[in-house]
Design a protein around this ligand. Sequence first.
Ligand SMILES: [Ca+2]
Ligand SMILES: [Ca+2]
Length: 132
Amino acid sequence: MKAVVVSAMVVAVVALGWSSPTRADDPPPIGSIPLSEILSTLDRNGNGCVDLEEGRNYASRRFHALDRNHDASLDAEEAPPGPDETSNSRPISIADWQDAYHARFDSFDTDRNGCLSLQEVEAGRNARKGGH
Ligand SMILES: [Ca+2]
Ligand SMILES: [Ca+2]
């Protein structure tokens, strides 16, 4: 049963090109993607880690999916701030959204190799959860 669901999702992703801003099912916040799915979801070139560009592409897709009225900014109604979001400030422009993503990427990339391993993502999430 689960395999059928996954297959249907793959077909849907391929059919929709994965980048359409009008998809009904929004890409989830980067911070809420299960660790086990991080690499398969974000690692487009398959090198085993998520680089800045791969993460930025995803952040951009998510921004445009959430921007219901297409005014190039997200208000609190379109994207309620939450702990898993790239930024909690609203309204937020795509530039600020990407800046916040970039800052989070840097904070996760502890070995400064420009690419996030699963271990770095996990450590970064745990640090955020326990940091307050
Ligand atoms: Ca990669
Ligand atoms: Ca908007």
